[in-house]
Design a protein around this ligand. Structure first.
Ligand code: NAD
Length: 491
């Protein structure tokens, strides 16, 4: 890992590609429009990025479909797609410093996390699906002596992946890696707030041998996503982002060609501390569960439920743990918390903090860091009733709402009283409590005595209720990008 000075010096020589990637070429928009991308830690414009529009969407879909129909990728044996994807993963590792720096500059996240988590997990994800894809086979069920049935998987066609800004490349890889491994053509629509690594990785895809037109990147705002969701030749939209936009995409798909829609949406995850927990470990885990990635995390443990008997003791420990997460320069490798993505998100988080001061009790933090340019908010703790807006709505910032409960039943009732169901945590030393609660929590992931601990690709990730449908990661995610065909023959 480079030093602080080395990362700073690397920014002066970093070349930033800011064009769309269509049919294997970097291109500008027909409209010649661009939009600025800023460094959240300084507020300064990093570059002007090509703003795609209807012409680029049509061009990307046309070439993606043509390549799919031609079979240049979909028609390759799985082991050949594997070799190309493995080469891509290796190139991502080779360019990890450059990609991590782009991610840190573009999102304001700490460079150590950009490197160790975002880029490392992106390469791992591409590698994992590459290694998996030539080990998955169809089925031949034994149905009758005069019949022969083959059940096989086929790629769907053109998959549009629309992704958010908080883990730009990693979250994108959770979609493009399984979709490409399965043989689809992919159009990646990164967030307008953080498109740079998606643009860069496209060149590496080409270098690895992915045929032109099979992997395309369309930077631009929500209209680009909307056009993809409406498109008659897009066969599947796989989306990570807000519940509001997810709902719109589902409507667009219904109104167009009933394309498959997979949604990974928002959350307000409960992290429950039982009185018998190892309170020091719980305090560290709870702080990391909400303050990691500036709290800009769908699965952030933003509602912390604490059993009354240990409330006073736990708040002292949690406040001490929270102090370690003070925001600082993302390029300093010792920084744990960086900057908030942009002015709009900063304003949103600060407005929730002001609301919290009215409807709940502020325990710690709460004042934006003044001084330098850029958008920095310190770790902030409130204690609240379970039904306030700060206890129910997704804030997507370093703001944690504590709620007190008396017994297991009440903890479960409060935890499950949410429109979301993405993640949940339980801290206890009683194995029966751990089992009972993990069965009853209505969430896609339950972490016991840890929180978001493992980036392992074997673990599916996704939500119950309005946190979405389908799962990213793991072999289950391949199901989202493959049709199942039954062929029945009389013999
Ligand atoms: P967002 O919904 O505003 O934007 C996500 C993407 O959708 C962006 O690329 C955006 O340009 C595009 N978009 C906007 N309007 C669109 C439209 N009408 N049609 C199609 N696409 C459109 O979300 P965001 O602010 O980028 O990200 C934060 C949200 O993402 C939070 O709610 C967070 O919980 C969620 N998220 C969920 C997960 C998960 O795995 N469940 C992971 C990360 C983030």
């Amino acid at each position: 890992m480079r030093t602080y000075a080395e990362w700073q010096s690397m920014t002066t020589t970093l070349s930033i590609e800011s064009r769309a990637f269509i049919a294997g070429q970097y291109v500008t928009a027909q409209s010649e429009m661009t939009f600025p991308v800023r460094n959240p830690a300084t507020g300064k414009v990093l570059t002007q990025v090509v703003a795609c529009g209807p012409a680029e969407v049509d061009a990307a879909v046309d070439c993606a479909k043509a390549q799919f129909d031609h079979g240049s990728w979909a028609g390759l044996p799985a082991r050949e797609r594997k070799h190309i994807l493995l080469a891509w993963a290796a190139l991502i590792r080779e360019h990890a410093d450059e990609l991590a720096l782009l991610e840190a500059l573009d999102t304001g996240k700490p460079i150590s996390h950009a490197m160790g988590i975002d880029i490392n997990n992106t390469a791992y994800c591409v590698q994992w699906f590459a290694e998996a894809i030539d080990k998955i086979h169809g089925e031949v069920p034994d149905i009758a002596a005069n019949l022969h049935a083959v059940i096989s998987h086929e790629p769907m066609g053109v998959v549009a992946a629309i992704v958010p800004w908080n883990f730009p490349l990693m979250m994108a890889s959770w979609k493009f890696a399984p979709a490409l491994a399965a043989g689809n053509s992919v159009i990646l629509k990164p967030s307008e707030k953080s498109p740079l690594t998606a643009i860069k990785v496209a060149a590496l895809a080409k270098q690895a041998g992915i045929p032109d037109g099979v992997f395309n990147v369309l930077p631009g705002d929500g209209v680009v996503g909307q056009l993809l969701a409406q498109h008659q030749d897009v066969d599947c939209v796989t989306f990570t982002g807000s519940t509001t936009v997810g709902r719109q995409i589902a409507k667009e798909a219904a109104a167009s060609n009933l394309k498959r829609v997979w949604l990974e949406l928002g959350g307000k995850s409960a992290n429950i501390v039982m009185a018998d927990a190892d309170l020091s470990a719980a305090a560290e885990g709870v702080a990391a569960g909400i303050f990691f990635n500036q709290g800009e995390m769908c699965s952030a443990g933003s509602r912390v439920l604490i059993q009354r008997a240990v409330y006073e003791e736990f708040v002292v420990l949690l406040t001490a743990a929270a102090k370690a997460w003070q925001p600082a320069d993302p390029l300093d490798p010792s920084t744990l918390m960086g900057a908030i993505i942009d002015q709009a998100q900063f304003d949103k988080v600060m407005s929730y903090i002001e609301l919290g001061k009215k409807e709940a009790e502020l325990i710690f933090g709460g004042e934006a860091v003044s001084g330098e340019q850029g958008w920095f908010i310190p770790p902030t703790l409130f204690v609240s009733a379970p039904d306030t807006r700060i206890a129910q709505e997704e804030i997507f910032g370093p703001v944690c709402t504590l709620v007190v409960f008396d017994d297991e039943e009440e903890a479960l009732r409060i935890a499950n009283s949410s429109i979301y169901g993405l993640g949940a945590g339980v801290w206890t030393q009683n194995i029966s409590v751990a089992h009972r609660m993990s069965r009853k929590l209505r969430a896609g992931s339950v972490w016991v005595n840890c929180y978001e601990e493992s980036g392992d690709q074997n673990l599916p990730f996704g939500g119950y209720k309005q946190s979405g449908n389908g799962r990213d990661k793991s072999l289950h995610s391949l199901e989202k990008y493959m049709e199942i065909k039954t062929v029945l023959m009389k013999v």
